[in-house]
Write a protein that binds this ligand. Structure first.
Ligand code: PHE
Length: 524
């Protein structure tokens, strides 16, 4: 960005006369700009000349004026248009502001100090002093005359830096005039302080910037240098003409982010992309053969979005097949025999289950020319417009999984689920026949909670219906076993948490979380 600004400016202009001003005008950090100028000058894209100037800092008085305005301005503001008596004006202001402000305002011809009344001479004035002080604070270049005026008013002082190399202990032998003068010369603009036979030198701190002009290699855009020498470069012999980027030994490496395998990953499951909390009703419900008047689609159970309220794009020919299967069935089904409405499918919502993601993934699988078996999983958040209690939250997490292959059966599903929970240390499982619009058969999964002394539902599962799979384009003999498990419920069972609100959400029990070890080695 800043590099483009520099090169772009030089395309149309002779020179950047002051990098400090250039940076300030464009809101670029000056340090960043000088780094870029140094780099460009290293490549001889630009010629840069150092500019140094004394660096000034504001005195305490200067700082108050930089913030609150100069005393003359404060005086000016304290005078109402009809004028004010001197006593009244004095009462309104801090004594030193009053004193200095009156004399400066008079000098500037801003005010008339009459015997009875103090009045404004002009309608508007600029607080140049405040402006200058702020510019000094920002390290900008300032006209020497104006700098001088601020100096005389003791609003700014030079910034000094103690330089230790030139500091030395003075013993009688050392303290020759000759030696001292050498030190002074070495220090350049320096202030010398001798305390207890120690010589301290204070160098004036200088502000450093650049003036910049086009260099011999100037181009409006810098070409990217080659970073890697490849086998092809060697074979073609073009390495001779390549310009290589200099090696940056101080570059930071890529941050390392975790590195743990999810057990499902190791079992050959691929993770589904779940990075969209907002979903259309179509993928969340319609694609799953959930009829449009199903109670779960009611706003009492689902959070619908107001903005943006509808989805923009859906795959049209697939939408047509979904509409048909809802209205009149097909693939051996009679459908629901109702009028399917596109507007209902377009409505955006916060996904109520991660099965919305499964439906997108299966649709993509159905688009492949040749079917390939897949195992998918995801763990992410879902939302339900539900009353919150010990075991329910309106926002929780689901572990979703599916296996898509020819010839799968309910036995495979029970086997996978048993195995999964056994590895989590939960062997007391029950499966109960259930109903989902998109699975047949369907099973709810229960596990025994020792604390609550009851069977708790921990998930739902089933085999996806042909009414869902066939419109997606999946072959007739392909079966999909699938499950959606709560992440919170098994965690409650494993860790003996009897209120889901202690585990997740705004009422989470921080002390419970802090009691946990920072990391866990192996299975507990
Ligand atoms: N979507 C179901 C739920 O939220 C879980 C489920 C997933 C059921 C896959 C069957 C198949 O409860």
């Amino acid at each position: 960005m800043a590099e483009e600004a520099v090169l772009g400016f030089l395309e149309k202009n002779e020179e950047i006369s002051d990098s400090g001003q250039f940076a300030a005008d464009r809101g670029i950090d000056h340090q960043e700009l000088t780094n870029i100028i140094k780099r460009l000058s290293g490549f001889r894209f630009v010629d840069a000349q150092d500019i140094k100037r004394e660096s000034w800092i504001l005195t305490e008085e200067g700082k108050t004026y930089a913030a609150a305005g100069s005393p003359e301005m404060q005086v000016f503001h304290a005078i109402p248009p009809p004028g004010i008596s001197l006593q009244e004006l004095q009462r309104k202001l801090d004594p030193s502001v009053f004193k200095i402000g009156c004399s400066q305002a008079k000098k500037n011809q801003w005010v008339e100090m009459g015997k009875q009344l103090v009045t404004r001479k002009v309608d508007n004035v600029d607080d140049k002093v405040k402006d200058l002080l702020n510019r000094v604070q920002d390290g900008e270049a300032i006209d020497p005359k104006e700098l001088d005026a601020l100096k005389r008013r003791k609003l700014i002082v030079p910034q000094f830096r103690e330089t230790s190399p030139q500091s030395l202990a003075l013993n009688d032998a050392d303290c020759s005039l000759e030696k001292l003068s050498r030190v002074i010369i070495a220090c350049g603009m320096a202030t010398i302080l001798i305390v207890d036979h120690f010589l301290f030198t204070f160098l004036l701190r200088t502000w450093k910037g650049y003036s910049v002009r086009k260099g011999p290699n100037y181009a409006p855009k810098r070409k990217i240098f080659t970073t890697d020498l490849t086998r092809d470069n060697l074979l073609r012999g073009d390495w001779k003409d390549l310009e290589f980027k200099e090696y940056n030994f101080s570059a930071k490496g890529q941050p390392i982010e975790g590195g743990h395998l999810h057990p499902l990953l190791k079992a050959g499951f691929e993770e589904m992309p779940t990075n969209n909390f907002v979903e259309s009703s179509f993928w969340n419900f319609d694609a799953l053969f959930q009829p449009q008047q199903h109670p779960a689609r009611d706003s009492h159970d689902t959070f619908f979005l107001q903005v943006p309220s509808t989805t923009k794009t859906l795959p049209e020919d697939y939408v047509e097949r979904v509409k048909r299967v809802h209205e009149s069935g097909g693939y051996g089904s009679r459908g629901y025999a109702y009028e399917w409405k596109r507007e209902e499918a377009n409505k955006n919502l916060l996904r109520t289950h991660t099965t919305a993601v499964s439906s997108r993934m299966l649709y993509l699988l159905g688009q492949q020319k040749k079917f390939t078996p897949k195992k998918y999983f995801s763990i992410d958040r879902v939302f339900r417009n539900e009353a919150v209690d010990r075991t329910h939250l309106a926002e929780f997490h689901q572990i979703e999984g599916l296996v898509c292959d020819r010839g799968l059966s309910l036995g495979d599903l029970i086997g996978v689920l048993n195995n999964f929970f056994l590895r989590l240390g939960m062997s007391k499982l029950k499966f109960k026949p259930a109903y989902n619009p998109y699975t047949e058969p369907s099973m709810e999964i229960f596990s025994y909670h020792e604390g609550l002394k009851k069977w708790v539902e921990i998930g739902n599962s089933g085999m996806f219906r042909p009414e869902m799979l066939r419109p997606m384009g999946l072959p007739e003999d392909v079966r999909v076993i699938a499950w959606g498990l709560s992440l919170e419920r098994p965690t409650m069972i494993l860790y003996g948490v009897d209120n889901i609100r202690d585990l997740f959400g705004h009422k989470v029990d921080l002390s419970l979380i802090k009691k946990n070890p920072l990391c866990r080695l192996g299975m507990e």
